[in-house]
Design a protein around this ligand. Structure first.
Ligand code: FMN
Length: 255
């Protein structure tokens, strides 16, 4: 294996799940930044838990867990829940946590969270130094007024929206024989009904090597042309002063 850069893992941005359990060891909460939605229908959530966590044993024992997605003012709770194990400290005795009982599962849910989900274990996968537990969401609530706590080099709140900025991307796809399709994507606030001009150059580009198409409501426009030698073809697309290129030589044969 090639040596990995130090702190490669530190480039992920995550949310913080407060994972709750109620087992023979009592009630517990731990912080899990590796908390993900993994299926819409049925709704399933995965939490990734180290085998030495008390939470790990509790999920294996009970086959259920709660997930409360931490809100931006729950940073101290996240660090507390993630800073000590239930083996040493009964964390949920702290007044700082306000909880409610699960409606379906035995574990409590943490109040003040962005969303609360009650999960029944439906899958388990041991990976490297952690276990992925997949839970089906059997009950849940959300509070759209709360702001999620994000983890990226420290705790953060979601910042400003990234502007779309009028960007153009184009790609080439062989359609069989000499036919080639160019797909252009116009990314802007106003995506529909924009005129995209295409130009194909290179050896063996047949006939009329320019064309135009109008973007659909998602910002896509396509144009097809014939080329004898795709590797030598370059297509330039232009839209509202932006331009983009696609290069046939980048189409590598399948491995
Ligand atoms: C913000 C934060 C996120 C964490 N994310 C995870 C995680 O995704 N998976 C994990 O196994 N441990 C994670 N930890 C560490 C556990 O929360 C920590 O080991 C905790 O003490 C385990 O508690 P328990 O033994 O009571 O289950 C995280 C800790 C913090 C502070």
């Amino acid at each position: 294996m090639v040596e990995l850069p130090e702190d490669l893992a530190g480039h992920f941005a995550t949310m913080v799940g407060l994972v709750t359990t109620r087992s023979s060891a009592g009630e517990n909460v731990m912080a899990a930044e590796w908390t993900y939605l993994v299926s819409y229908e049925p709704m399933q959530v995965a939490v990734v838990i180290g085998p030495r966590r008390a939470t790990h044993a509790a999920i294996v024992e009970t086959g259920e867990f709660g997930v409360s997605l931490a809100a931006d003012d729950q940073n101290a709770l996240a660090s507390f829940a993630g800073g000590v194990s239930r083996r040493e400290t009964a964390k949920l005795t702290a007044d700082a946590f306000s909880t409610r009982p699960g409606e379906v599962i035995g574990a409590p849910l943490v109040e003040g969270a962005v969303a609360q989900m009650e999960c029944r274990l439906v899958g388990r996968l041991d990976v490297g130094d952690h276990t992925i537990f997949v839970g089906e969401v059997v009950a849940g609530r959300a509070d759209g007024a709360r702001v999620p706590l994000l983890l990226y080099r420290g705790y953060r709140r979601p910042g400003e929206k990234v502007p779309r900025g009028g960007k153009l991307v184009v790609a080439l796809t062989p359609e069989g024989g000499t036919r080639v399709r160019a797909d252009a994507f116009w990314y802007a606030d106003e995506r529909a009904g924009q005129r995209v001009e295409f130009e194909a150059t290179g050896a063996g580009v047949a006939g009329n090597s320019v064309g135009a198409a109008t973007t659909d409501r998602r910002g896509w426009a396509e144009w097809s042309f014939d080329a004898e030698a795709l590797p030598s073809v370059v297509v330039t697309a232009r839209c509202n002063g932006a331009s983009a290129k696609a290069t046939g030589a980048r189409l590598q044969p399948a491995r």
